[in-house]
Design a protein around this ligand. Structure first.
Ligand SMILES: [Zn+2]
Length: 396
């Protein structure tokens, strides 16, 4: 059956009533499961449905379940617990209620972005070429960070009724926070400014040196390139690819940082007995161009594609173009397309129906819908209608 997972934050379940929400998922939408987000950064969410209070939910982020402290003994980073969680283990409760309704339960985490953890452990943050640390990005090159992520996944694996762990927004965390100086560089209309997102923290520089990569040389080249960009001393139309071709030390270093991140994802397999789902944001740009895409697809049990141009992706998918050589018809079955009901992109019932029908015709295994708390009341019925159509046309 064409699967449908609805992403929920724990506060949406608590504020709207856990049993009411789960009944709505199963009976009104005909969803097959729920993806409970259990680790995020600080965030603010406007909730438009009638009767939901508070209208704006604000959280400082952290983990939204009761962690097993023993699992984190090998890392200095300890999971920052959501304040409301001290009263009840929402994940345990949700797990029990989902099992009783035959709803599949996945948990979603974005473990490398956490302002609370960076605040406590500034040494674990990503650092850009100018030595400025990120305020929320934890560096996967830091051994404590790697162990923290593995501990978190191992801890969540202890919940029997959880079928899969979803790693949200798969990409190396950016070393520079979105800020005016980044926008200033963006106006030069070249992707060379992306170099600000390469991490040069102490852990990365030491790790690279151990592996025979000259991180200091790469750092000097990156700074010089960014300085030249700032003073407009670079040719018109100059791209990052041109720069990497001329500066193998930077290319080698970036390849090394990618490999460190990939290795962390691969190790999730060793600590988890659950399915691992990788969710790619703004795909296909971010992952198809990644030279590691085949490796990433091979290590995941399922992937979720969150594309700005969902129709374009579906269209190319159905013609077998962009994904040729990376996705096979068999692996497309293990792919969900992410439907964002909350960004104003879907404002008509036929659009929801059309997109879900196309996804099913293209062979996708299902959809993941983001996020329950922000879906308008009438959109719930559109979803139901879309799923009914998708299931009718789904390839056998
Ligand atoms: Zn680093």
């Amino acid at each position: 059956m064409f699967a449908c997972h609805i992403c929920c934050y724990p506060w949406d379940l608590l504020d709207e009533g856990l049993t009411d929400v789960l009944d709505c998922l199963r009976d009104r939408i005909a969803a097959t499961g729920l993806t409970l987000i259990v680790a995020t950064d600080e965030m603010e969410q406007f909730r438009p449905r009638s009767g939901v209070e508070p209208r704006i939910h604000r959280t400082t982020g952290g983990v939204y379940f009761l962690p097993n402290e023993e699992k984190y003994q090998a890392t200095r980073l300890k999971p920052p617990i959501w304040e409301q969680h001290r009263k009840m283990d929402v994940l345990a409760k949700v797990s029990e209620e989902c099992a009783g309704r035959q709803l599949d339960l996945r948990v979603g985490i974005n473990p490398l972005l956490c302002r609370r953890l960076v605040g406590k452990h500034p040494e674990a943050a990503c650092k850009n070429a100018y030595g400025i640390a990120s305020r929320n990005a934890l560096c996967p090159g830091n051994p404590d960070v790697r162990q923290y992520v593995l501990s978190l996944v191992g801890d969540l694996s202890g919940y029997d009724d959880v079928s899969a762990i979803v790693i949200e927004d798969v990409q190396r965390p950016p070393a520079t926070d979105p800020a005016p100086h980044v926008q200033a560089l963006a106006m030069f209309d070249t992707d060379v400014a992306d170099l600000l997102n390469v991490c040069f923290c102490e852990s990365c520089l030491q790790g690279a040196e151990r592996d025979g990569i000259d991180g200091q040389a790469a750092l000097r080249c990156v700074r010089s390139a960014l300085d030249r960009l700032g003073s407009r001393a670079i040719p018109q139309g100059w791209t990052l690819a041109d720069l990497l071709a001329d500066n193998p030390s930077i290319a080698r270093y970036i390849t090394w940082t990618d490999a460190v991140y990939l290795d962390l994802l691969k190790r999730l397999r060793e600590v988890s007995n659950k399915s691992i789902i990788l969710s790619f944001r703004n795909a296909p740009q971010t992952f198809v161009e990644l030279e590691h895409a085949p490796d990433l697809f091979a290590l995941a049990d399922r992937i979720t594609i969150d594309a700005e141009d969902l129709e374009g992706v579906i269209d190319e998918l159905s013609r077998g173009e962009r994904f040729a050589g990376v996705l096979t018809p068999a692996s497309v079955k293990n792919m969900d397309l992410l439907l964002r009901m909350d960004e104003g992109s879907i404002d008509e019932a036929p659009e929801v129906v059309r997109q879900l029908t196309w996804a099913a015709e293209a062979g996708a295994g299902g959809t993941t819908v983001s996020h329950f708390g922000t879906i308008l009341d009438h959109q719930l019925d559109w979803l139901h209608q879309g799923l009914r159509n998708a299931r009718r046309v789904m390839q056998p």
